[in-house]
Design a protein around this ligand. Structure first.
Ligand code: PA5
Length: 440
């Protein structure tokens, strides 16, 4: 269960209830702006069981025949899986001794050195590829896929490579779907009515997460339970309503930047996922909270100064988890050279809690309102709850803000310029114009 404590962020939020109620109805009945893209709302209940079983079978096969899996995708086709694997299996997952394959993420940028490094790390090891692109035409993953497909085909031959490539894409359209059908790759579907940033609980996220050894049924169970909670039309019963209301109220009072904070290093990439979810859903029509993130306590030693005393346009949302699995007590030291014997025998969780509480008071007194999200223990079920909670609150929040939370028209601008500068057929005139602007 997730609870939202906004007592250190906002007062009475009842003024926002009519707008929330309307937003809730739009999501539940698929009648608001962008209603073609609300397939994620009931997904934890309605997901395709047959495909889910194929995902589990494919994960098992990959675990059996590969020492590495290259997951190729960008944005919504990348961040959820990366965040979940970091959080549930550790950011050091690839370094750990384990029975599951290493997982390398590619196609999330255009760095030649980064790509080369992954190819070198795989070396002679057996590997498979999961290429993920809803449109099937995104440049970064498509380019990366060329390299890894070539590598697979050289190593295993065309037919052998085809048996190691898993394509997650549109059910009928796009270059990747056509290629997969022509080459005989196993395919998984990104549903038409689920946009990239809401797709982590589809095959987009589930296949890589399952390959890493996570119990994806627990992930879906957490999401399904949160889905039920979020169906409530009662402000007090619905944590997504409370979070959406608090952050909209803060935005209206001039707090234009939200920092998502956690004291878990393993949660860092989930905050990247959250930034895309909220930034792409709300940042449009010259509106929207700017989503930022920090990892505490590390960033208290870098961003702490700004948060405490910089411009007062910030608020924080802090995710707190239940007890750690490891019980670590600070060792006693006879000499006490570092003066830390007052902590000897104290549990690390206890120390972290005091740091959280101390930081909370300092930041709130410094003019940075804090919303606290209390989540359960760090496991797949809790992550499923959190993912759905953030998605639902994001849909509500975008509607309350007055935007369509399910489109992303602004993402196209850089793509057009890049195509023009690369000389893509059809963009010739634009390319000449841009080169002139750049003085090239
Ligand atoms: O949320 C989005 O729409 C984007 O981040 C996309 O997921 C990203 O651009 C990748 O698109 P695609 O899956 O079509 O390759």
């Amino acid at each position: 269960m997730i609870s939202v404590d906004y007592s250190k962020a906002a007062g009475d939020l009842s003024g926002l209830e009519p707008a929330l109620s309307q937003a809730h109805q739009w999501l539940q009945e698929a009648t608001g702006r962008g209603n073609d893209f609300v397939g994620w709302v009931n997904l934890p209940r309605d997901y395709d069981r047959e495909e889910f079983a194929r995902i589990q079978a494919a994960a098992k096969k990959i675990q059996g025949d590969s020492r590495a899996l290259v997951v190729i995708g960008i944005g919504g086709s990348y961040l959820g899986a990366r965040g979940a694997i970091d959080f549930l299996c550790s950011p050091n997952y690839n370094l750990k001794k384990k029975d599951t394959p290493n997982i390398y993420f590619a196609g999330n940028g255009l760095s030649a050195d980064y790509l080369q490094e992954i190819m070198d790390l795989i070396g002679e090891e057996d590997f498979s590829v999961n290429v993920i692109s809803k449109s099937g035409t995104t440049t970064e993953p498509a380019v990366a896929f060329r390299f890894f497909r070539e590598m697979l085909e050289k190593k295993y031959g065309k037919a052998g490579a085809a048996g190691r490539i898993y394509a997650t894409t549109d059910k009928a359209r796009g270059a990747l779907k056509s290629l997969a059908d022509a080459e005989g790759y196993e395919t998984f579907v990104v549903p038409d009515d689920v946009g990239g940033r809401y797709s982590v609980l589809t095959a987009v996220g589930l296949l890589p997460i399952a390959v890493a050894g996570v119990d994806i049924t627990r992930l879906m169970a957490g999401a399904a339970d949160m889905m039920e909670t979020c169906r409530s039309g009662e402000f007090r019963q619905n944590p997504a309503w409370q979070y959406a209301a608090a952050r909209n109220e803060l935005y209206r009072s001039g707090k234009k930047i939200e920092i998502l904070a956690s004291y878990e290093p393993a949660f860092r990439f989930m905050t990247e996922w959250w930034k895309q979810l909220y930034g792409e859903s709300e940042g449009k029509e010259n509106k929207g909270i700017f989503p930022a993130s920090v990892e505490f306590t590390a960033d208290l030693h870098s961003m702490g100064q700004y948060i405490q005393q910089g411009e007062r346009h910030l608020f924080e949302t802090v995710v707190r988890f239940g007890p750690s699995a490891a019980e670590l007590k600070v060792p006693y030291d006879q000499g006490d050279g570092d003066g830390l014997n007052f902590l000897a025998g104290k549990d690390m969780d206890y120390i972290a809690t005091q740091a959280m509480d101390g930081t909370l008071l300092a930041h709130v007194e410094g003019g940075v309102p804090n919303i606290i999200l209390r989540a359960g223990e760090k496991n797949a079920y809790t992550l499923g709850e959190l993912i759905y909670f953030f998605e639902y609150a994001c849909g509500l929040s975008g509607y309350v803000l007055g935007v369509n939370p399910f489109d992303q028209p602004g993402v196209e601008a850089y793509k057009k310029n890049m195509f023009a500068l690369l000389g893509k057929p059809g963009y010739e005139d634009m390319g000449a114009e841009l080169r002139a602007k750049l003085g090239k």
